[in-house]
Ligand binder design. Structure first.
Ligand code: CUA
Length: 196
């Protein structure tokens, strides 16, 4: 078939129709912006992971939620704050509908603190605002988070996973005391600050 008239691709486009090369330019511009944003977000993940220990909890350790209280690590006498031989501190807490046991723990400032948490029933959450502590407590697993507190003070500790009708009332407290004061406290005072 013979060509009739000029090539339609060379004709001026009607109003409102954007030429193909301009579309390609715009698309690659936005592609670069998107890749840039991805790069920034990956950078934030890496930088906060390295500098502030903000990362997903990676501890995989199983425990039987039905026998938590009966013995072993999460027996009642083991709950609360314990001092390790190396001077660091381990806090053991059970989360259950609808409280944390113990409901308040004392920890020293400026000393590494390891939280070990277990649930006796459903999924709960554990969050200390302004710190890197933020984890779910899944029944059957021990959640472990490490942190240290720079200054003394009180942290309100809300359960942040919906766990039933009493969820909104499920609160506990972490009280950070000066590190010089901490060793002088009795075991009872270290594990119980509800009334103070
Ligand atoms: Cu426990 Cu919400």
């Amino acid at each position: 078939m013979a060509e009739s008239g000029p090539d339609p691709l060379q004709q001026p486009l009607p109003d409102g129709v954007v030429p193909g090369d301009e579309i390609a330019r715009t698309e690659s511009g936005w592609l670069l912006i998107m890749l840039g944003l991805l790069g920034v977000m990956m950078g934030v993940v890496v930088v906060t992971g390295v500098t502030s220990a903000l990362h997903p909890p990676s501890n995989v350790e199983t425990i039987d939620p039905t026998t938590l209280h009966l013995g072993g690590e999460f027996a009642e006498s083991n709950l609360g704050t314990a001092i390790e031989p190396d001077g660091s501190v381990t806090v053991r807490i059970i989360a259950q509908q609808y409280d944390f046991v113990p409901a308040c723990v004392l920890v020293p400032a400026e000393i590494p603190v390891k939280f070990r948490l277990a649930s006796a029933d459903v999924i709960h959450g554990f969050l200390l605002a302004g710190t890197n502590v933020n984890t779910m407590i899944v029944p059957g697993f021990v959640s472990e988070v490490r942190t240290s507190f720079n200054t003394p003070g009180d942290y309100r500790m809300p359960c942040h996973e919906f766990c039933g009708f009493g969820h909104q009332a499920m609160w506990a407290r972490v009280r950070v005391v000066p590190k010089e004061q901490f060793p002088n406290l009795s075991t009872r005072e270290r594990t119980n600050c509800v009334q103070r």
